[in-house]
Ligand binder design. Sequence first.
Ligand code: SF4
Ligand code: SF4
Ligand code: SF4
Length: 272
Amino acid sequence: MSIQGSLGTFLGVEMAKPKVGFFELSSCEGCQLQLLNNEATLLEFLSLLEVVYFREGMTEKSNDYDIAFVEGSITRDDEIERLKEIRHNAKIVVALGSCACFGGVNQLKNRFHDLEWVKKEVYGDYPISTRKAAPIADFIDIDLEIYGCPVKKEEVERIVSRLVLGKAVTHPQYPVCMECKANENICLFELGEPCLGPVTRAGCDSWCPSNRLGCWGCRGPAPAANFKQLKEIVKRYNIPVERLLDRLECFGGFQNIVTDMRGSGGKGENET
Ligand code: SF4
Ligand code: SF4
Ligand code: SF4
């Protein structure tokens, strides 16, 4: 990657300071907000980068960037062109958050067969463009995904630092349960609450279970997630399968397993 600017020198070698842009498609902008909210380390974080586009945080705009962080999913036709333009401008494109990685909460509308009916229910006669929600990788090649709804700022900082320093970026291969156990939490199944920790990719430091909330799977499936075992756990604790499916469907990362469990039929008009 040829990147501009400078972080100064290390052992006499000039270090690169990449130009970065943060962009949003259909999203709540909560992932970008996570970064801005991190006052304790924000200045240090920004010293690694030259931010040239960040609508949520600054007014200046430039299309001259090396790394593009794209938040949100595609839910309108015009977003596809914008996304392709971002891909054209950037050397590295990072999908930021569950909406960009999996479709996120936006893809819940895909459960309905008739999107025209959904549009009418939500917007009435207001003229608005909409299409089936999809992750950005359906339209462009991406280089990296940062998971979570929202992303965890500490993890973003770690990943961005590694990117800037030219180090390999890896994600945990193990599930949230590993972090939850390390944090010495009482398992929520014991308290009657379902939890997707056994099959969800770790990296959030068991954010929800550590606050007495079951995991909803916002980071998508852990590699080699053992769904058979999860179904057995759910059965053992008498949790209705629908409660499990509600969670598996929420962010779009478990689409294959949901389709497998539900069969190929989606929901139709007036079904919820
Ligand atoms: S992933 Fe979650 S927090 Fe991030 S933009 Fe989408 S809905 Fe908002
Ligand atoms: S609460 Fe969830 S993440 Fe924690 S051990 Fe139980 S199933 Fe795993
Ligand atoms: S515990 Fe689950 S739902 Fe909560 S942040 Fe982590 S992966 Fe997302």
